[in-house]
Each structure stands twice: as structure tokens, then as C-alpha cells.
Ligand binder design. Structure first.
Ligand code: ZN
Length: 454
């Protein structure tokens, strides 16, 4: 009797195990099936050269960027289009993890949990990206072979209309020395999403936000710069004496002494709080991309270090994507749409996916955002030679970071103040020169291309 009881219990145990196992499998299949489906070991979806063999990618205007033909994944016939769009489209081998061919592989293959891989065609699904491939060509030319990135996005809808990262390469003719030649260092990375850089003077925007919020008389004070200022146990310097000025002048002239002094007055913990609230230490999740977190060490440093950190040096590191979102939120009363590169997915004319704007939390108050806009507009009007640009409706801040090579890394970051053109933009270039002169001129070229295509 005992033996039968033991066997019955064993049977019940096995049944329970199988039942729970089946439930677990169905749950995993339902929630993660699409990820499993596009793995490389599903060889029938890929060629022997590991190329994803289904799906078509177009830009926002229907310009074909990648398709599958006769069993091979191919790219635009135009070399400039192929290279300038590399980091949004990807290469045939899926080496660029933040590009469409990797990120949206499940959309390309028309995966269905019920029918699985059945009925796969070369044409596959149609992905329409938000980028304008012509703008990317203009942006890549504007970078003039410097390592860096350019991004322009609609801060109301989140659509990234321009996104270029360099160094890059031609996905149809992958260089043999791609892995060994230092000139291609980081070519698989989209610097906009995945890298962090010294912000330099574009950090003064966040310091200014904190000053306007925390120091009531900051706007009525008069400031004086003699070219150097004792801060803590050392001296903070400017490239020259900026003289007597208002707070708006101090931002436009990008005075280190004034902003270092104000940073110490604010205190490291306060400035750290504003950096965090601005989203600059946050990793955004954007359709499968996890952006790199910026890093700001402000709370436990000396006054001298805080002085330099408040002007974007010391150990500050910012991610370009989170900076662009912050710029969008300054333009948009404290909130901005989260960026995307995917507009829609269709199969045989049927809409499978369409982008819907999703907004950030309130990154700064609407009132302070309004003040920052006028300060940034004053920068552009007084310092940035607006004759280079296609419009005077510009608000911006430049940044220049000296390097050991003798050529500076530089930024030009801002947005258009024309309500018909709700775009924020950012240019970052390495070993290139001054933020205003070099990155500013690159931004002007991209904005000219934007106005020509609109
Ligand atoms: Zn100064």
C-alpha cells in the first residue's frame, strides 16, 4: 500500500512539474519570443554571412536606405547616403547595436507568436525612420572628418530628423582595417546614445538654471571679471578679463570666474540636485536603446574643484542624448518628448506600429525655462554671428574644451525659437577648435539644410 501511495505522489509531482513547466514556457515564449526569434542561431533568417535577410528600411521621405535583394542585404546606391546614415540604419552584420537593423529586427521580420517564422519574404516589413537622409549627409559633411556627433530632434513629437556619429564607414565596403586602425576607433558606437563627454561651457546652462532658481538677487547684481579669481585654495581663470557685466552678459561671454563663484555660492549638493533633476545623470530607455548616464561629482569636492565643475570641467561628463532632451525641455516649458528614430512599421500597406509622442517628467520649472530661453537667445544675438544661420530665431550655448592635442573639443547646442520649427540641436566635435566658430558653423550648415528641406 505504501508503495502505491509513493508512486501516486510521484505521478502527481511529475504532473505538477510538467504543468508549471508548460506555464513557464508559454509565459517566456509570449514575453520573450521575439527576442529568441531574431537570435543568430535561427540561421534561416540570416545568410551564411550573418546578414538579416528580411525587411526594408526607408527614411521619412521614402528614400530607400536598406533592403534585401537576391538573398543579400544591400544599402542605398548612393555612397554619401550609406555612410551618413550608418548609425541609424546599421550594417549588415548587426555590429551597431543602437541602429534600426539591430534594434528593430523583430519588426523587420514580421514575427508573430502564432505563425513564427513561417512565410518570411525578402521584402519583409517596411520600417519608416524619422530621419531625413539628406540632413544626415549635410551633418556628416559639416563634421569635416572630426570624430563627434550631430543630432536634431523635434522636441514636441520626439522625432529625430538628423543623427550622425563619427567615425563611420561604408556598410557596403567595410574597411579591412576597421578593427585595427585607430582612425575607426569606436566606429560601432553611436556617440549620441552611448558615449559621455566633458560638457565644458554648455554646463553653464544648468548652473544658470540653479542660480536663477536659488539666488533671488542674481539677476540684479553687477559682476566683474579681471581674468582670474581666487576660489578656495587656488585660482579659476578666464581666457581674458571680461570686465563688468550683467548675468546675461556673463553667460554670453561664457565667464568662468562668474560661474565658478556662483557655483560655490550655490554649493555642490544644490548643483548636484539640479543636474540630477535635469536628467543628466539618468539613463533613458528609448525603444530598446539605453543611453549612457552622465556623471557629475559635485557634492563632496573642494570649492576650487566645484568652481571648475560648475563651468563643465573637473570630472563632469555628459551624454549628448540626455543633453539634447534637456535643451528640448528648456524650449518646451520644462518638458520634452523622448527622442525616437522609428516613425512607423507597415506590412503590405497595413500599419503595424506608429510612433506616439511620450514626454519626460518636468525637468525644470516652466518659469525658469522661459528665462533660460531668453538668456540663450541673447547669447545667439550678441555673440554667435547670426549671419551664418538661415534664421535669427536661435537660442544656443557654445562650449570649448582644451585638449593636449592643441585643438579643442567643442559643442554648439540649442534650439530654434520659431514655433513653426520646434527643433533642438546639438553638435559635438573632437580636436576641432572653438565651440562658437567651428561647432557653431557646423550647426549653421545643418540648419541651412533643415530650412531647405522644410
Ligand atoms: Zn571672465
Amino acid at each position: 500500500m505504501k508503495k502505491i501511495q509513493r508512486r501516486a505522489l510521484l505521478c502527481v509531482g511529475i504532473c505538477l512539474f510538467l504543468t508549471f513547466g508548460m506555464i513557464f514556457f508559454l509565459y517566456e515564449y509570449g514575453t520573450k519570443g521575439d527576442r529568441w526569434f531574431i537570435q543568430r542561431y535561427n540561421r534561416h533568417l540570416y545568410s551564411d554571412q550573418q546578414k538579416l535577410l528580411s525587411g526594408t528600411v526607408e527614411d521619412i521621405n521614402g528614400v530607400l536606405l536598406s533592403q534585401v535583394q537576391d538573398g543579400s542585404r544591400i544599402f542605398s546606391q548612393d555612397e554619401a547616403t550609406r555612410i551618413a546614415n550608418l548609425h541609424v540604419v546599421g550594417d549588415a552584420h548587426g555590429n551597431i547595436g543602437t541602429a534600426a537593423l539591430s534594434l528593430y529586427a523583430d519588426y523587420l521580420i514580421s514575427y508573430s507568436a502564432l505563425s513564427g517564422a513561417g512565410g518570411i519574404t525578402e521584402e519583409g516589413n517596411h520600417l519608416t525612420l524619422t530621419v531625413d537622409s539628406r540632413l544626415n549627409i549635410a551633418a556628416r559633411e559639416a563634421l569635416e572628418d572630426h570624430a563627434g556627433c550631430v543630432a536634431v530632434y523635434n522636441y514636441k513629437t520626439g522625432e529625430i530628423i538628423c543623427l550622425v556619429s563619427t567615425p563611420d564607414y561604408d556598410p557596403e565596403h567595410v574597411p579591412e582595417d576597421l578593427e585595427s586602425n585607430p582612425a575607426y576607433n569606436g566606429a560601432y558606437l553611436n556617440r549620441f546614445y552611448s558615449s559621455t563627454f566633458r560638457p565644458g561651457s554648455i554646463m553653464k546652462l544648468i548652473t544658470l538654471e540653479a542660480v536663477l532658481s536659488e539666488i533671488p538677487d542674481a539677476e540684479t547684481r553687477t559682476y566683474t571679471c579681471t581674468g582670474s579669481l581666487p576660489v578656495g585654495d587656488n585660482i579659476v581663470t578666464c581666457e581674458r578679463a571680461h570686465g563688468t557685466m550683467s548675468l546675461a552678459d556673463a553667460l554670453a561671454r561664457s565667464c568662468n570666474c562668474v560661474f565658478a563663484d556662483l557655483s560655490v555660492e550655490l554649493g555642490g549638493q544644490t548643483l548636484q540636485r539640479y543636474v540630477r533633476k535635469a536628467g543628466l545623470t539618468h539613463s533613458y530607455t528609448l525603444g530598446g536603446v539605453h543611453t549612457a548616464k552622465g556623471s557629475f561629482e559635485l557634492a563632496t569636492i573642494t570649492d576650487y574643484q566645484l568652481g571648475w565643475a560648475g563651468v563643465g570641467l573637473y570630472h563632469d561628463l555628459v551624454n549628448p542624448c540626455s543633453m539634447l532632451i534637456y535643451l528640448g525641455s528648456v524650449a518646451g516649458d520644462g518638458r520634452a518628448a523622448l527622442p525616437t528614430t522609428l516613425q512607423k512599421v507597415t506590412a503590405d500597406g497595413k500599419l503595424l506600429y506608429e510612433h506616439k509622442p511620450e514626454k519626460t517628467s518636468q525637468l525644470l520649472s516652466a518659469e525658469i525655462a522661459g528665462k533660460l530661453r531668453s538668456y540663450m537667445k541673447n547669447n545667439a544675438a550678441t555673440m554667435y554671428d547670426l549671419s551664418r544661420f538661415p534664421t535669427t530665431e536661435i537660442a544656443a550655448k557654445s562650449g570649448t574644451i582644451e585638449t593636449k592635442t592643441g585643438k579643442s573639443n567643442c559643442w554648439f547646442a540649442g534650439f530654434l525659437t520659431d514655433s513653426e520649427m520646434p527643433y533642438a540641436f546639438l553638435v559635438y566635435m573632437e580636436n576641432a577648435g572653438s565651440g562658437n566658430r567651428v561647432a557653431g558653423s557646423a550647426a549653421a550648415k545643418v540648419l541651412h539644410a533643415l530650412y531647405e528641406t522644410r
